[in-house]
Design a protein around this ligand. Structure first.
Ligand code: APR
Length: 243
């Protein structure tokens, strides 16, 4: 566990900051029961996420990639936000200049009530037509194995960002602006191996932010100013309290 003095120092920074940005990864949803991508439970069948979450995999085996997403949608539909998601809603409401950047596609931040949010990697709960490009919200758990666009009948795909694909430029721009202007940058539950999010903390630090990391283990992120060891569902509420 982290030293109480580290937590207190980080809390002081948060309570006096005029601008705060937060980056979350799969670790924040782990305490809701959502499997992470790396580490224990990171495999689906024999596949790693990097093997399935690519345009090439979808092109050659759309039925396998969709099967993985159908499986994830069913699991995640039963999950609820945990105290870490809830605490970030409290933080958002206490700070006028706040941005939550999440790499998660599970929708749990929105379900908790976060609104100033950038879903950098998209959402499991949206689908996009591979032909006409129409994007729609879709929470059905009974999609056919290969769902089709209602408009043009072409194949739908999950509206998520796969490896080798570009992040939505507006989302990226807003994220970079939040990193550059944040007085405090908090990172929760990411292994820090997937770009561009893996560089956000160092960018924020280079622009003067006090950086705080919460993780259960050492991640690949560069040195943050405060490193709080523990589960997100315990550490984030401890850090944010009832601001
Ligand atoms: N509390 C805090 N951190 C946790 C917890 C927890 N309860 N459980 C796990 N972690 C940490 C792990 O130690 C790990 O560092 O969360 C991190 C999860 O790492 P990944 O599974 O790699 O997830 P993430 O960093 O979000 O992955 C980035 O990779 O596969 C792609 O697009 C996918 O958005 C994803 C991206």
């Amino acid at each position: 566990m982290s030293d109480q003095s580290d937590i207190n120092a980080a809390r002081d920074r948060i309570s006096s900051a005029r601008s705060i940005a937060v980056l979350t990864g799969a670790g924040i949803s782990a305490d809701s029961g959502v499997p992470t991508f790396r580490g224990d439970g990171g495999l689906w069948k024999q596949f790693r996420a990097e093997a399935l979450a690519t345009p090439e995999a979808f092109e050659s085996h759309p039925e396998i990639v969709w099967e993985w997403y159908h499986w994830r949608r069913k699991i995640i539909a039963e999950k609820r936000p945990n105290p870490a998601h809830d605490a970030l809603v409290v933080l958002e409401r206490s700070c006028s200049d706040f941005t939550l950047i999440t790499q998660n596609v599970d929708g749990l931040h929105l379900l908790a009530g976060s609104r100033k949010i950038i879903e950098l990697h998209g959402s499991l709960w949206r689908v996009r037509c591979t032909d006409c490009g129409r994007t729609t919200e879709n929470r059905s758990l009974d999609l056919p194995p290969l769902p089709a666009c209602e408009g043009c009948h072409a194949l739908l795909r999950p509206d998520v960002v796969w490896f080798g694909e570009a992040i939505n430029p507006v989302d990226l721009q807003k994220s970079l602006e939040a990193c550059r202007s944040a007085e405090v940058f908090l990172v929760v539950g990411t292994s820090g191996v997937v770009q561009p999010a893996a560089s956000f903390a160092s960018l924020a630090k280079a622009h003067g932010a006090f950086t705080i990391e919460i993780n259960t283990v050492d991640s690949e992120l560069v040195d943050c100013d405060a490193w709080l060891t523990g589960r997100a569902s315990e550490m984030v509420p401890q850090l944010i309290g009832s601001l």
